[in-house]
Design a protein around this ligand. Structure first.
Ligand SMILES: [Zn+2]
Length: 406
């Protein structure tokens, strides 16, 4: 990035001139997250799974303007997702001016040449302005195409490879339980207890596409359950585990923020089931009314900070003081571990709806199961997310094994 530094002053001056243009830009936008624009200097595209930008235009060959908007008129205005791929055609640096329509800047840009290994764009390579409604990036000329993304891309193909690796190890079976509105498979991975106890944990993730840190937490949690440790082996004797890591495959592929293609927030759709994705998964949950016991349900998300939504006291948390027991044990092992503990409501409905509630509400009301919404901080480094996911999984397994369940 040394080229960048030497040219920063010139680029900044160009950018100042450009700001004058952009102020008069018409704010109308079409909600289509897949776009490509090209100049003599570069091609910028979001036409790949996970890609997302609502408009793209070249102002002059080295300056591009992007518009970032939520997927539909109903969408909540966070967390804002953007992801695009840049191909330099010459050795010119680029200015990319990103404008949010609804919502504001949440994720500082990450860069990757292979879509797998990511690093943060250096702080002096971008500048946030207009109370977070705009940011400008100064991108280096690179020989290889590279991705710029709000968070690392974790798309359906990567989930497939991960689930297939668990199948190859003999840890789980993988099956499609149905398809999304656009026909993408919704996969379940499952293991049954060695002793046929009929006891299960049920884990879901990625209801909200932009919440990648929650997805990392879930993957680490699942890997820990299937690890070759005495604790995990003993746990798997007693408990089966069902995981649906990618609840909203369309939203992830399309670069959405929160919703599925039915224009509803996936985690306010339980009970009303206005979208195919929640309907498909509810059928899996209903099986527990007549078969087996669901002892714990965890729904993984990401938000501003670490949060746990759990049920309290009379609402049937089991084993008794379950959350207190495992969080205390985690704190003893990870001194920096903290979370905001919130009670979740069993009756709150989405504004404007009399039916739609969260997955946790639905599971508790259907089965009386102990439930957790596990929210991972959006800016937590991946290695820390994974370490926490591992320790949390271990301490939850320990409490369930020592306390017994229903
Ligand atoms: Zn969420």
């Amino acid at each position: 990035m040394s080229i960048f530094r030497s040219s920063r002053l010139i680029i900044s001056k160009i950018a100042l001139v450009f700001l004058c243009f952009a102020a008069s830009y018409v704010q109308a936008f079409a909600i289509n997250n897949k776009n490509t624009c090209e100049s003599e200097s570069a091609i910028i595209t979001s036409e790949y799974d996970g890609g997302g930008m609502s408009q793209c235009s070249s102002i002059i060959p080295t300056i591009f303007r992007l518009v970032i908007a939520p997927e539909d008129e109903n969408a909540e205005q966070r967390p804002p997702w953007y992801s695009f791929k840049v191909t330099n055609k010459d050795k010119e640096m680029l200015i990319v001016d990103v404008n949010y329509i609804k919502g504001s800047h949440q994720f500082d840009p990450k860069i990757s040449t292979d879509g797998v290994n990511w690093s943060r764009l250096s702080k002096d390579s971008f500048n946030v302005s207009d109370n977070g409604h705009r940011f400008q990036m100064f991108l280096p000329a690179m020989d290889k195409p590279f991705y710029i993304s709000a968070q690392p891309i974790l798309d359906g193909a990567q989930y497939d490879r991960w689930m297939d690796s668990l199948v190859a190890r003999g840890a789980v079976t993988k099956s499609s339980i149905g398809t999304s509105a656009q026909g993408r498979p919704i996969y379940k991975i499952q293991s049954d207890s060695d002793l046929n106890t009929g006891k299960y944990l049920f884990l879901i993730g990625r209801q909200h596409p932009a919440e990648v840190t929650g997805a990392y937490a879930m993957q680490s949690f699942v890997e820990t359950i299937y690890s070759d440790t005495p604790l995990a082996r003993e746990f798997r004797k007693q408990y089966g585990v069902i995981s649906i890591p990618l609840v909203n495959p369309d939203g992830v592929a399309l670069g959405y923020w929160r919703n599925a293609t039915g224009k509803l927030d996936t985690n306010w759709d339980w009970g009303q089931f206005g979208q195919k994705e929640t309907r498909v998964i509810s059928e899996e949950l209903k099986k527990f009314k007549t078969r087996g016991t669901l002892d714990l349900f965890i729904d993984f998300h990401g938000t501003y900070d670490n949060e746990l939504y759990t049920q309290f006291g009379k609402m049937g948390e089991w084993p008794s003081s379950f959350t207190k027991k495992w969080t205390s044990a985690v704190k003893a092992r990870l001194p920096n571990y903290y979370y905001n503990h919130k009670k979740f409501s069993f009756t709150e409905r989405h504004p404007g709806s009399t039916e739609g509630g969260s997955a946790n509400q639905y599971v508790y009301n259907l089965l009386g199961t102990t439930t957790i919404i596990y929210e991972e901080g959006e800016n937590t480094p991946k290695a820390v997310v994974e370490q926490k996911g591992q320790v949390v999984a271990e301490e939850i397994m320990r409490v369930l094994l020592t306390s017994g369940t229903n």
